[in-house]
Design a protein around this ligand. Structure first.
Ligand SMILES: [Zn+2]
Length: 93
């Protein structure tokens, strides 16, 4: 991985950690409300600090099922309703 700001490869990997030791996660915007409330199913976030310019960049630890779920839609992700409507046999036609 390269620094997105200066192109250096001198990156130090780590995690974003709060003062109380809590680790920050990534949650897809279409997660069900129950999961949002209890922060269930959050994906891990990897952080990389650049030694050259101190730029901080992040990456998400998507699971295999995430990739399957989201990669079926090219480009911009549809919202939940569009996604449901695109499922075959769901109250359509
Ligand atoms: Zn940099």
């Amino acid at each position: 991985m390269k620094c997105a700001a200066c192109g250096s490869t001198a990156l130090v990997g780590g995690k974003i950690v709060g003062e109380d030791g809590s680790v920050i996660g990534f949650q897809p915007g279409d997660a069900p409300w129950l999961k949002r409330i209890f922060a269930v199913g959050n994906r891990g976030i990897r952080a990389y600090g650049c030694l050259h310019c101190e730029h901080l960049q992040l990456s998400v630890e998507f699971s295999e099922s995430d990739l399957e779920q989201y990669q079926q839609f090219e480009g911009e992700q549809p919202n939940v309703l569009e996604r449901i409507n695109s499922e075959p046999g769901e109250l359509n036609g």
